[in-house]
Design a protein around this ligand. Structure first.
Ligand code: AGP
Length: 630
């Protein structure tokens, strides 16, 4: 979703700002712009519809340069993707960039129009620009009892944000204050970079790594003034605050494409490493300790009587998979709810329930709001599974597990999903342990240890098992050609592989734009079978599990109607290639963890179909990486 990069320093800023915007391209956007204060202190702005490369050409053509600047990639919410709606938006001598959504912008706009401000865009952001200007000019409707103009930009922004409802990360520059810029944050992420030659701000640390790895993560309600040598911050109450400077362990290399054609491909192939890193604590022969989820985890896991998982998109499918594990191994009721629905549903809270929020980014607005909603209902036990340690979701949950997938740039989530599954399996084992459910199973010296050790050994072996699936790429690539003229596809799975069918369908639709639906295979005859014909490829996930024979019967139903099957079968599934039935043999049967292997094959299929279709794999149309608005 929208990205912000800002700089106030010794160097010329526009090339840094453009490079930062390129780093943020993965978030998804449809226009870009920047504003700088030039050598004479005058405000210069360039904007362009489309890619950052177009903005770059415009900046060069218009010779826009200066040491203080703000820049933005816009993912359209209010108003179509046109240059006039691109940020920065200006009002008089000041310019604003903004991520998030201002919910009361229509009321503010009406008030500002009554004061004579003229709006030239359809955005909610332009309201902020005029509002700051109104505060600077002392508009009595906004400056309150003092009824005098706000002294400077810092004061004016503090005044303006007190009138905003909704989510924002914003940055403002003003002619006449050529050595500073002002930032503010509520809801949307914004961090500051502390560099040797200046200060910076961005919505994502990766945009700042070329100049610094020393970050300050702003809290909700913070407003800051950045100069080359100092950062001045106030909190939501207006009190001066100091925020900790944290060293980011992201490296510039970790966000480089390297030898790969696309980030999605790179991230699919990074999965053995990402899983190995996430499961590093299992590298010794030691037992599993609840402390990996936080100091209080052991007590909480023993006390909880059920699990509620809240997430969106791919993360919700990780939750759907975990539901099978939690109920089977831990014996606890487990529900999974789409975060955007849960937050608006009247639900009954159970204070003994463990609320698990799953998010790659940790900033997904719906998931964050669902977490707030759960807490407001009286849920006491909250746990995050997240890939970004400094994210809002991690900061707002009592327990957490940080997956170590590394930065995920491709919009289509891959390594985040498999590492979430690994984390959820660890959670399941600890819940099972906490409820005495690992006892009496398995064989060996101690009955409980034997089972735990078997499952831990399978987890430890996952990186190697995933490598073997990756080796299937040439065969999957050959299959992908067969999807080149298809407009629809059906994905079937059963049991814990139904969520993998859902994830396979989501991957395919996101990046190849083929309409794909997932069904639990037993549901086929209750409706979707009507769609099956020679033009509808049916992808089947066929592990050798307790439902295999039922699944084979479902496959017969497809074949009997002339449908073409593409079956991912475990090596020992006894499903063979025949007329209209294409079978690809997975390397090994992997029991409870089999979804982790099968999803990798689905990722490769979607990736290669997208290549055949010629779509923009890493930046699919209309989508954003981190969905920070509702
Ligand atoms: C995955 O391919 C998607 N792009 C999307 O569904 C994503 O998983 C969802 O927006 C949730 O994001 P999060 O994990 O960062 O919260």
């Amino acid at each position: 979703m929208c990205g912000i990069v800002c700089a106030v320093g010794a160097m010329e800023s526009s090339s840094f700002l453009l490079a930062g915007l390129k780093t943020l391209e993965y978030r998804g956007y449809d226009s870009a712009g920047l504003a700088v204060l030039d050598a004479s202190g005058a405000l210069r702005r360039s904007r362009a519809k489309g890619r950052v490369a177009e903005l770059e050409a415009r900046v060069a053509e218009e010779n826009v340069s200066g040491q203080v600047g703000i820049a933005h990639t816009r993912w359209a919410t209010h108003g179509v993707p046109e240059e006039r709606n691109a940020h920065p938006h200006v009002s008089g001598e000041l310019a604003v960039v903004h991520n998030g959504i201002i919910e009361n912008y229509a009321e503010l706009k009406a008030q500002l129009e009554a004061l004579g401000y003229v709006f030239v865009s359809d955005t909610d952001t332009e309201t902020i620009a005029h509002l700051v200007q109104a505060c600077l000019s002392g508009a009595s409707a906004f400056v309150g009892e003092q009824k005098v103009p706000c002294a400077d930009l810092f004061v004016a922004v503090r005044c303006a944000v007190s009138h905003l409802e909704g989510a924002y990360a914003l940055a403002v520059v003003r002619e006449g204050e050529p050595e500073s810029l002002v930032v503010a944050r509520e809801g949307s992420p914004l961090m500051l970079g502390v560099g040797a030659q200046g200060h910076y701000a961005a919505s994502d640390a990766s945009a700042l790594l070329s100049v610094t790895n020393r970050m300050i993560y702003l809290e909700n309600g913070d407003v800051g003034r950045l100069t080359r040598d100092a950062v001045e911050l106030v909190d939501a109450r207006g009190d001066r605050v100091e925020r900790e400077v944290v060293t980011s362990h992201l490296s510039a290399d970790s966000v480089e494409l390297g030898q790969y054609r696309h980030y999605m491909q790179k991230e699919i192939f990074e999965q053995p490493q990402a899983l190995g890193n996430t499961l590093e604590m299992l590298s010794g022969a030691g037992r599993l300790q609840p402390g990996i989820f936080g100091a209080r985890a052991e007590a909480v896991f023993a006390e909880v009587d059920s699990v509620l998982i809240l997430a969106c998109g791919t993360s919700s499918y990780a939750g759907n998979t975990a539901r099978y594990w939690v109920e089977q191994l831990a014996g606890l009721p487990c529900n999974v709810e789409i975060a955007s629905e849960y937050r608006y549903r009247a639900s009954v809270a159970n204070p003994r329930q463990l609320v698990v929020v799953i998010s790659q980014s940790g900033e997904t607005a719906d998931t964050l709001a669902a977490l707030h909603h759960a807490k407001s209902l009286g849920h006491r036990h909250t746990l995050a599974i997240c890939n970004v340690p400094e994210s809002a979701i991690v900061r707002e949950t009592a327990l957490c597990f940080i997956t170590r997938a590394g930065p995920e740039i491709g919009v289509a989530s891959t390594k985040a999903f498999t590492t979430q599954l690994a984390a959820l399996f660890l959670l399941t084992l600890l819940l099972a342990k906490g409820h005495g459910r690992l006892m009496g199973q398995g064989a060996g010296d101690g009955a409980d240890n034997a089972c735990e050790q078997d499952l831990l050994d399978e987890l430890r072996h996952l990186p190697v098992a995933v490598e073997k699936v990756l080796a299937l790429e040439p065969e999957i690539e050959a299959w992908a050609q067969r999807f080149s003229d298809k407009h629809h596809a059906l994905f079937l799975g059963r049991g814990r592989h139904y969520p993998i069918a859902q994830e396979g369908a989501l991957k395919l639709k996101e990046i190849s734009y083929i309409h794909a639906e997932a069904y639990p295979a037993g549901e086929l005859k209750h409706g979707p079978l009507a769609l099956v014909d020679g033009q509808m490829p049916v992808v089947v996930i066929a592990p050798n599990d307790e439902l295999l024979e039922k699944l084979k019967a479902n496959m017969q139903e497809v074949s009997a109607r002339g449908g073409e099957l593409f079956v991912f079968a475990d090596g020992d599934s006894r499903v063979e290639t025949s007329d209209g039935v294409n079978v690809l043999k997975m390397p090994e049967h992997y029991g409870l963890l089999s979804p982790v292997l099968h999803v990798v094959a689905q990722q490769l299929l979607a990736y290669h179909v997208a290549l055949v279709k010629g779509t923009d794999v890493d930046k699919p149309r209309n989508l954003a990486k981190s969905v920070t608005v509702e």
